[in-house]
Design a protein around this ligand. Sequence first.
Ligand code: FAD
Length: 508
Amino acid sequence: PAAPHAPAVVIGSGYGAAVAALRLGLAGVPTLVLEMGRLWDTAGPDGKVFCPTITPDRRSMWFRTRTEAPLSTFLWLDVVNRRIDPYPGVLDRVNYGDMSVYVGRGVGGGSLVNGGMAVTPPRPYFSEVLPGVDAEAMYGTYFPRARRMLGVNEVDRSWFESTPWYRFSRVSRTHAARAGLGTVFVPNVYDFDYMRREAAGEVPRSALAGEVIYGNNHGKRSLDRTYLAAALATGRVTVETMSRVRALRPANTGGTGGAGGYVLTVERLDLSGRVTAVDEITTGRLFLGAGSLGTTELLLRARETGALPDLDPEVGRGWGHNGNVMTARANHLWDTVGAQQSTMPVLGIDDWNNPTHPVFAEIAPLPMGLEHWISLYLAITKNPERGHFTYDAATDSARLRWTRDQNEPSVAAARSLFDRINRANGTIHRYDLFGGNRKFADDFTYHPLGGCVLGRATDGYGRAKGHPGLYVVDGSLVPGSIGVNPFVTITALAERNMERIVQEDILG
Ligand code: FAD
């Protein structure tokens, strides 16, 4: 029998994918979304959809027997990670030798696990990174559209100044100021009205109960509540979960390079991770929104196995980790950060205009329910190094080529900033948190970017070069760095590109 056909298929359901699904649905195109993770809408035995952070269970991580949290130890003790049963949990850590990448799994992708920080990059840096994109249109139209659709809001300043839940941010702000550094408030997609009601004891706690990396049970405007809900409401979009796209090839209806559409090989997974069926689906238009790692792997595999041999040599290149480095400082005993900490960051130290070492450092929470005198930061640095992916035929997977020494520019920038803050405050680094007595955690990232860079692997709107009907819509378009937390940029870029694609390729 002929494979089932969908006029449009979107692979993944993160930011880029969710924008594509909505815009296709609104254009009247029947669209199938294929997501390898589950739909997070059903409560477990504890009555909650997501598991607690301090006592994680199988819902926490993607098919693991033990959790792999970013902060692995405290006072060098292995107190953070727990044994768990394998299950399609919401957070994955993809380990590639010298670099590990955290990603979300499930309907909503990274929006299910991230810190919600909704930051628009400084315009000069956006133009430096993506010179081919009209910044006027981005800042006038698509960034505002993305922020509105994502439900971005800001913390009430007077509440921020008085609540114990943000004492940790205020302490770090004071310490930065002593070193002559300014901080900026950062918008978020977490509903701050809900958070205030959490603090008042009126509603169940989520951000104030340590929830974030394994999912928020309340308060977070994740994509399943925003873009994806709107996409489903068009009546044109359907989502199939536990459906991992394994391969794509051109449909052999006479066209070359995909002119006749594409055939997808889709593995249907059960909750134990077993492949219960392998289906083929054909489509005329294929939108890749599987994230920097997922999209790049699918296209690299297609090129290297000969399924789509003419995909551009730039596929697999231009990857970066947005200069991510995590670090922590030990405060004086009189500088308490508080046992109560909200998991949603709202302040960043802005030293991006530093001529030698640009850094935008998010003041991150470390909610342990006890006073620990730690100030934690996720530094975003400007690192010119780029990695690339190679296809490993033996395992049929993509390998990231990134070596530890490529982090050196990031570590040097973070060291310069935090040495300055430590000097001004008479404080020191913590080195018991990241394993190996390290002050700087440079072995993982939350911000994988690139692999199918806009204007190089694709045209200026994400169309795969020479392959009609094949589009890239996610973070793999961004060339390795954007200077701030990336999801607002990924969303706004997808809005810009989808508007053009719908006009020219679908309605036109
Ligand atoms: P993703 O959101 O990664 O979505 C890709 C989806 O595709 C996933 O659901 C995945 O399961 C699915 N998929 C992958 N491969 C396949 C396949 N073969 N078949 C089917 N489905 C597939 N960014 C910010 O801006 N602010 C923050 O505060 C922030 N905090 C973060 C905290 C954490 C812990 C993490 C992990 C990330 C954070 N990020 C943050 C980063 C942000 O979440 C990502 O940049 C963003 O999610 C990337 O969007 P995307 O559209 O590229 O893909």
